[in-house]
Design a protein around this ligand. Structure first.
Ligand code: PMP
Length: 356
């Protein structure tokens, strides 16, 4: 049976990227060696690394005064690497849920950390707006898509201080004005590759301003000076990133994927709003196009386990909601085809006919 992969991450990747990775594991570009056993300093891999970076730059229109890094450690390492490099006096954070909270906790180890806005009062079901960003902050940190709660910033905000963004779960799903940010980071394992590689896009002039000593691996400048090869980079994961970005370019880049993502999300949200069995959990204006969270309406709440079983029998994978929100979460990342969303909608309609 065909599986429809709605996993929150690691998550679905373009089939062509997986096939090419499988081939490269057996024989990388016909050189008689596996991708898994070549030197990261070989000319063959350097070409992969350079192309992955160039594609990322082209697809997201990253200006020349920004560097793109592929590092290890996951987005969670960025939670402390960012304040290590940038927090001298005071940082500001917008608290939009679990991941933002983890970033706040790490920043507090390095200096004064203010929560300038929060949506905690409503279980993080919205993106805070209309707050004033203090001008004495070293930086303001936001999480552009909240993977667990299904909320997302729809536009790039204006900030009077350096803006830092965790874009783990919506990178390259829509255009971003990179020039509004000082630093953007995220784990690759949702929209751009497999687990194991973390991207950092950083404007160089914000670095080197803190007075503390930085361990070499923490200092972004060392990674910049060595084109992400200060230590052994995650070779396999970077290869799959390149393949995924090649695929994204081939289908028309960010404008094309944004249109597709909007269509997929509209299809599912329309069904959630129409079907008497279901309701969305995030406020409408902040609904994520990447993680679509919904629950059973109160009247039918008892049917939730049955719906999960039914959906599973129809090939749906990964739609159980995070325990903090409950219900269901369908992650509709770039590589998820529209047919999979249609299959989920069909499944919800069939379940409605059985129970309403
Ligand atoms: N930020 C966000 C928004 C996430 O969704 C996640 C992972 N789901 C993380 C950070 C943590 O990423 P990692 O597991 O790569 O450390």
């Amino acid at each position: 049976m065909k599986k429809h992969n709605f996993s929150a991450g690691p998550s679905i990747l373009p089939r062509v990227a997986i096939e090419n990775a499988a081939k490269a594991i057996l024989d990388f570009d016909g050189i008689g060696l596996s991708l898994l056993e070549i030197s990261h300093r070989s000319a063959d891999f350097e070409a992969v690394n350079n192309e992955a970076e160039a594609l990322f730059r082209e697809l997201l229109q990253v200006p020349d005064n920004y560097k793109i890094l592929f590092l290890g450690g996951g987005a969670s390492t960025q939670f402390f690497q960012v304040p290590y490099n940038l927090l001298e006096k005071k940082a500001g954070y917008v608290n939009t849920g679990v991941w933002a909270n983890k970033a706040i906790k790490e920043a507090r180890l390095f200096g004064e950390t203010d929560v300038v806005a929060s949506s905690e009062d409503k279980n993080f079901n919205y993106i805070p707006k209309n707050y004033t960003i203090p001008t004495d902050l070293d930086y303001l940190h936001i999480t552009t898509n909240n993977t667990i709660y299904g909320t997302e910033y729809k536009t790039d905000i204006d900030s009077p201080v350096t803006l830092v963004a965790d874009m783990s779960s919506d990178i390259l799903s829509r255009p971003v004005d990179v020039s509004k940010y000082g630093l953007i980071y995220g784990g690759a394992q949702k929209n751009i590759g497999p687990a194991g590689v973390t991207f950092v896009i950083v404007r160089e002039d914000i670095l080197g301003k803190v007075s503390r000593k930085l361990p070499s691996m923490v200092d972004y400048r060392n990674h910049i000076a060595n084109q992400s090869m200060f230590n052994t980079p995650p070779v396999f994961a970077i290869y799959v990133v390149r393949e995924t970005l090649r695929w994204l370019k081939s289908i028309g880049g960010v404008p094309a994927i944004q249109k597709l993502n909007e269509e997929k999300a509209a299809l599912l949200y329309e069904e959630i709003d129409r079907n008497p069995l279901f309701e969305g959990t995030a406020v409408k204006e902040d609904r994520s196009l990447m993680n679509i969270c919904f629950v059973m309406t109160e009247k039918y709440a008892d049917l939730a386990p049955q719906f999960l079983e039914f959906a599973k029998s129809k090939g749906m994978v990964g739609i159980k909601g995070h325990r903090l929100v409950g219900g269901f979460r369908a992650s509709t990342y770039n590589a998820l085809p529209k047919e999979s969303v249609q299959a989920l909608v069909d499944c919800m309609r069939e379940f409605e006919k059985m129970h309403v």
